[in-house]
Every structure is written in C-alpha cells, then in structure tokens.
Design a protein around this ligand. Structure first.
Ligand code: 5CA
Ligand code: ZN
Length: 402
C-alpha cells in the first residue's frame, strides 16, 4: 500500500489498498500559458499515485477541474484581444496533448468551472441559509471564515494568521474589499460586472463562481466526500485547499479529504516558474524542438515530488543518457528471454509505495542497466515484450520498447 506525506496531519499516511475504491481530486489548470514544466511535474506526480494505486488493486476515481473562467484568464484574454473562451479552449487542447505525450493517464472526468455553475449556486445558497455566508450590498457573496467547522479552519495549512493574511493577498484573495467581516472571508459568488461573463445565479442574481467553492463542489459531485486524496501544488495549500476544506465542512458537515498531498514548486533560473513571472519552460516548446517526451518525464521523475527544484538543460541531457541506457537494457533483457532481472520490479514497487520515491526507482533502473552496459544487442529489429520494460511502463509511465 502506498504511504504518502499528508499536509493535513503533517506526517506519513498509508492510503487505501487492494479491493477498495479511492477518490482522487487534483486541482487542474487555469487555461492560459499552459503547460509549463511545473504543471507537468504536478500532474506526473499524481499520475504516479494513480498508477501505484491501480497496481495495488485499487479502483481509482480520478477527477480534475479546469478553471475555465477566472480573473487571470479574463485578464489575459483581454490583453491579447482574444475571446476568453477561445483562449481557454486552445490552452485546454494543448494541455491535453502535452499530458498524452507525457503518458499521463487521463482522469475519469475533466470538469470545467462553467459547467458546474448550477451546483455551485445551490451550494452557495445553502451556505447563506446556514449562516456560513453573507452577501455584500453589491451582491458579491463571501464565506464567513469565522464559521465553526470540524475539522477547524487552519487544519490543512497550519499557518498562523499573519501568514494566512499574506498568502491570501498573494494568491488571489481580496483582504482589502470594504464591507467584509474578516479580511480572510473568501469570495463564493461574484455578482455580474459590466464587460464580464455572467451566468444565472437563481436567488444569488447573475454572476460567476468563486475559485475555492468551484473545486469543493466538483470534488463533492464527481468524486464523493471525503476524498481520499486532494492534490495540487504547494502553492495551493493556503488559501485554496484550506478554504475548500472549510467550505465543505460548513456545507456538508464532512471533511473535504482524508489526505492532502502537495507537490513542490518547479523553478527556472532561480525563481518559481509562473505565468506572472514569465519564466516558463513549456512542454509544447520542448516537444516542438524534438525533445523525446519520455526524457521530459524522466527529468520530472528524477526529482522527488515534494521537493522544490530548478529546471536546467543539464537535467535534460542527463535524462536522455539514462533513457538510452535503460532502453539498451530493456532490449538486452528481452533477448535473454528468461527475464533475468525480474526481481527489480519488486524494488520499483517498494520505492514508489514509499511516498512515491521516483528518484529511488530511477536509481534502481540505473543499476539494472549497468548489468547490460557491455552487452551487445544481437538483433536491432522489433522486440517482443519484456516484463521489466512492461513494469517500467505501467508503474513509471516510461516507455522503453516501441
Ligand atoms: N486552476 C487552479 C487550481 S484549481 C490552478 O492553480 N491552476 S494553475 O494552472 O495555476 O496550476 C495548475 C496546477 O499546477 C496546480 O496544481 C498548481 O499547484 C501547479 N503548479 C503551478 N505552478 C507550478 C510550479 N511552478 N511547480 C509545480 N507545480 C505548479
Ligand atoms: Zn482547485
């Protein structure tokens, strides 16, 4: 059974195993300037979890949202003189093509914010009715962060109030909005503004959904509560997952998730890779330049999912060399026919069950490949399957034989 690090309990947690059904919700892209290597690292990390779970006999229900209407998307579309829907659709297509190239198993459902608006409206109405939310004079609706909930507000991030205030301002929150009861109160429904898209909000009036409630509602509707794992990058711990957990606890009287898993931030040239900084290395650019997607995946897996790291060209060169050695070994192994080193499959499973330790798994592959470093390949034609290569494909998503 996989054991992973849980942000909520700040320690290891053993996840569900054989014969069970597990619910996985991973926060999806906001479709502009996608897919950079940071996004890719995050989705490859949860792809590993999906693969390890399936290998352990778990039936996984995996859902990802697409934040297909949001302030930054609308701003970017305006800047470029594009229709926001067109920008979103193009970026969604590009993202899915990138994921496919990286051999990320697709989620069972990709759900857009726009298509979940009726459910968000009902949830916000229920939160108002229970006293957990209130409307400002302009019709904007806010979650009352002082609502007593179980588990209590703060139990995902464990941040102190000063840190919460700082991160809220940095990550899409609006502490300064006049009329709010608490600066941390989070937007649930944004009333219609001129020049912005809006939808029917029943008793809320026309408008569009807030960010955190969107994910909470999609998770509840398409996966079921509590989730086994709520996943995303560490930039989402606060406020996004903290607010999602609080909204859910107030709305459904149940925790959002049993386990919260967060990936480290990928940087480039010393800074977090982000749309706002513009220091993006796009998967599609690398692919366009002829880089083997399996080498990109190898770079991503050669860093533990929880660590922050920087992309460099050197990492790519190293990954290409390792991949060549593994491919040679897979060919030799398949020519032996006896499956000489099948025991390494057990070692790969052990490494991945231990907090998805992909760097260790790749090290095991290096040792395996060393055994064949001086073995000549006899036949350069097509090869039939090999058990190690099949396991590497199934567990790590790296294809060694064509
Ligand atoms: N749509 C929201 C989530 S509901 C969002 O954060 N979109 S995003 O496009 O900004 O990011 C998509 C996913 O990639 C999120 O899980 C985010 O945490 C992760 N991510 C963003 N930047 C990085 C980075 N530099 N390194 C690793 N993961 C990242
Ligand atoms: Zn989300």
């Amino acid at each position: 059974m996989p054991t992973v690090f849980d942000t909520g309990s700040r320690g290891p947690r053993t996840l569900k195993g054989n014969g069970s059904t597990a619910g996985l919700y991973v926060c999806g892209i906001t479709p502009y300037d996608a897919t950079h290597l940071g996004h890719a690292a995050t989705y490859v990390a949860f792809d590993l979890l999906n693969r390890v779970w399936r290998d352990a006999g778990v039936e996984v229900v995996y859902v990802q949202n697409t934040t297909d209407v949001d302030d930054p998307l609308l701003e970017r579309a305006n800047e470029r003189g594009l229709d926001w829907r067109e920008l979103a659709d193009d970026q969604i297509d590009l993202f899915r093509a990138d994921m496919e190239a990286l051999r990320v198993l697709p989620p069972d459902h990709y759900i857009g914010a726009v298509e979940s608006i009726p459910q968000v409206v009902s949830a916000v109405e229920e939160l108002i009715a229970s006293g957990a939310a209130y409307a400002l004079d302009n019709g904007d609706v806010y979650y009352r962060v002082s609502t007593p909930v179980q588990p209590p507000f703060g139990s995902v991030s464990h941040d102190d109030r000063a840190t919460m205030l700082r991160l809220f301002a940095e990550r899409g929150g609006d502490p300064e909005t006049p009329g709010k009861e608490d600066p941390l109160d989070a937007l649930l429904w944004r009333a219609k503004r001129d020049g912005e898209p809006s939808w029917d909000g029943a008793s809320l009036g026309r408008g569009r959904p807030g960010w955190h409630i969107e994910c909470a509602v999609i998770a509840a509707d398409y996966v079921g509560l509590p989730l086994d794992v709520q996943g995303g990058g560490s930039d989402l711990v606060f406020p996004h997952h903290e607010m999602g957990a609080a909204h859910t606890a107030a709305w459904k009287r149940t925790p959002l998730a049993r386990t919260y898993m967060h990936t480290g931030m990928v940087g480039y040239q010393g800074e977090k890779m982000s749309k706002s900084k513009g220091n993006l290395v796009l998967v599609s650019k690398l692919r366009g330049a002829g880089v083997d997607p399996m080498a990109i995946r190898t770079v991503l897996l050669s860093n533990h999912y929880r660590s922050d790291w920087n992309f460099t060209d050197e990492l790519l060169t190293t990954a290409e060399a390792r991949l060549r050695a593994w491919r040679h070994a897979a060919r030799c192994e398949s020519e032996c026919r006896e499956g000489l080193r099948v025991h390494i499959i057990g070692l790969l499973r052990e490494a991945l069950a231990d907090d998805l330790d992909a760097p260790r798994a790749l090290g095991i592959l290096d040792e395996w490949a060393d055994h064949y470093a001086d073995t000549p390949v006899r036949d350069h034609g097509p090869v039939s399957g090999d058990r190690v290569a099949d396991a590497v494909d199934a567990l790590l998503g790296i294809r060694l034989l064509d």
